[in-house]
Structure formats: C-alpha cells, structure tokens
Write a protein that binds this ligand. Structure first.
Ligand SMILES: Nc1ncnc2c1ncn2[C@@H]1O[C@H](COP(=O)(O)OP(=O)(O)O)[C@@H](O)[C@H]1O
Ligand SMILES: O=c1ccn([C@@H]2O[C@H](COP(=O)(O)OP(=O)(O)O)[C@@H](O)[C@H]2O)c(=O)[nH]1
Length: 211
C-alpha cells in the first residue's frame, strides 16, 4: 500500500464460538471496510453489524455524560478514549443473541486494539482493508450530506492525519499476522461488494446465506 492510498473505512467483525460466552472466549473476526458495504454483508453472512461510530453518535444524541466529550473528539477527527468505545461495543455484544459480529470503524489505533483484545479475550479472524485515494474519499465524504460535524473540508485533513498516524499501525499489526485482505475501493459499490463477497465466501467455505 502506498502512502497516498488510504482505506475508505475502518470496520471490524467479531465472531465467537458461543453466544453465551462471546465476551470471554472464542474466535473473533475483525473486518475493515466501508459502512455502505455493511448491510450487504450482514444480510448475506448473518453477522450482527456494530458500528463504533454509530454507537458513539448514539451516546451524543442520548445526552449521556460522555456525549459532549465524544462530540468534541469527533469534531476534531480525534479518536475517543478506548474505555468509552470498548464499553459500548462490549454492551452491544453482550446484549446480542448472535455470535458473529461485524465491527465497523474499530479499532482506530493500537490502544483501541489492545484494550478490546484484553477485555474481550478475542481476536479477529480477518480484516478488510479498503484501499482508496484521498482525493476520491474526500469527494465521497463531501457528497455524503448527512450533517456530520466531521464531514467538512476543515476536519477531513485532520481525519486523514489521524488515520496515517494511528490507524495504519493497526493495519500493519494485522498484516504481520496475515489477517488483512486488501480491496480496491476506487471502484463502484457493486464491484467492491463482489470483492468483499468472495473474501467472505472463501473464509466461510461458501456458507453465505441468501443473496
Ligand atoms: N464504491 C463507492 N463508489 C461511490 N461512492 C461510494 C462508494 N463507497 C461508498 N461511497 C459513498 O461514500 C460515502 C461514504 O461511504 P461510507 O461507506 O459511509 O464510508 P465510511 O464508512 O468510511 O464513513 C457514502 O455517501 C457512500 O454512499
Ligand atoms: O472506534 C472509533 C470510531 C470512531 N471514532 C470517532 O468517530 C469519528 C467518525 O468515525 P466513523 O467510523 O463513524 O466514520 P468514518 O471516519 O469512517 O467516516 C472518528 O473520526 C472518531 O472521532 C472513534 O473515536 N473511535
């Protein structure tokens, strides 16, 4: 991967052996990809989609004691402290009856990764790396129009900088463990999904459900 290329999104999937014990033991999957791919994946492969960004946004909207602090981090494109994000993910996993999770937008840095793995005692099965140019990502973000505080021309360079400094080391770590699957994300949503699908099918031995 060249330094001019960055993944469109950091997303993760957690998969564990037993629903009752999912937080303490079992195999885990981490997948990294773009949010818009998640509904397609979870439907076909019966995963529960957990978006770290959405969980944090829900805290902001609830007006929880952490909400204001989270909002400030997001506005600056900074990474929210691990104890907050890991706790939200843990609660969501414990509250689910599924035993396979797609974690989207996490871990953002090495501290996120180690905190999550230490608390949950699980590791990802694989990670999807969405490779896309900064120019194309900037275009997509500015076209998104979801009223996000961080989707603007001031925040975007900060988010790229945080990505290069903090998130790339996570990709490097998972690469060293042979867990990263790289996808060319410059292409259309449909073409990207085809690439994602073949990775999942290879991993699950073709046991995807539905179409
Ligand atoms: N392959 C693609 N081609 C064109 N637009 C895309 C593609 N993938 C995502 N987008 C658009 O880019 C924006 C950001 O995508 P999203 O998946 O939400 O990214 P992220 O999860 O990184 O926030 C969305 O408006 C989405 O529709
Ligand atoms: O694990 C996470 C995920 C998200 N964020 C914060 O939420 C923002 C938006 O992240 P999200 O994954 O929702 O969106 P993306 O950057 O992929 O568009 C990030 O810039 C961070 O400020 C965070 O701190 N930790």
């Amino acid at each position: 991967m060249g330094v001019s290329q960055i993944p469109g999104q950091r997303d993760a999937v957690i998969d564990e052996d037993e629903a009752r014990t999912k937080v303490t033991r079992g195999a885990t999957q981490v997948v990294i990809y773009e949010k818009c791919q998640c509904p397609l994946i979870v439907k076909q492969f019966r995963l529960t989609h957990l978006s770290a960004g959405d969980l944090l946004q829900a805290e902001i909207e609830l007006g929880s004691e952490n909400g204001k602090m989270i909002q400030d981090y997001k506005k600056e494109g900074k990474i929210v402290p691990s104890e907050v994000t890991v706790k939200l993910l843990q609660q969501a996993m414990q509250g689910s009856t599924n035993n396979k999770f797609l974690i989207d937008g996490f871990p953002c840095n090495e501290e996120n990764r180690t905190a999550f793995e230490n608390i949950m005692k699980v590791e990802p099965d694989f990670v999807l790396f969405f490779d896309c140019s900064q120019e194309e990502l900037t275009r997509r973000i500015l076209n998104r129009n979801q009223g996000r505080v961080d989707d603007n021309i001031q925040a975007i360079p900060k988010r790229f900088q945080v990505y290069f400094e903090s998130t790339l080391p996570v990709i490097d770590y998972y690469s060293s463990k042979g867990k990263v699957q790289k996808i060319d994300a410059e292409r259309s949503i449909e073409e990207v999904f085809e690439a994602v699908k073949s990775i999942f099918l290879n991993f699950s031995g073709g046991s995807g459900e539905g179409n």
